[in-house]
Design a protein around this ligand. Sequence first.
Ligand code: NI
Length: 160
Amino acid sequence: MAIRKIRTIGDEILTHNTKPVKIITPRISILIGDMFDTMYEACGVGLAAPQVGVLKQIVVIDVTEERNNPLVLINPEILELSGEQTGQEACLSVPGKSGIVTRADYAKVKAYNEHMEEIIIEGEGLLARALQHEIDHLSGILYVSKAEGGLTDVNPDEEE
Ligand code: NI
């Protein structure tokens, strides 16, 4: 497995739509492993394939402090959103910045795992936020377009 280069804002690939995955090829298995390595190395809670330059519907998430609950979501689809949360959000593709974004506080998502088995993931709070943020990446949407009052600089020592 390997660390991949994270594309940053201004890179056009981040604004493109993505294609669904049909079968898990060895290439895709390697990509998923690399996405986890890249996300953990950058201390992120989620990463979407376009962020490493691949226009496929693949997302990895781990919102735990212990970094022990890796989730793979292939071809994710939001089934249900409810409630509301307003809070700070950041993105590995927008380094050194954060913004305030209002999102649903609960999300229910259908996806496929790395074996192409259908899974349902339900999350509240940070997990719900990560699900919505990462799924937005698959449609070429960055949180900056949803940030209320623009972005602020993040102190590198405090950056998540
Ligand atoms: Ni992001």
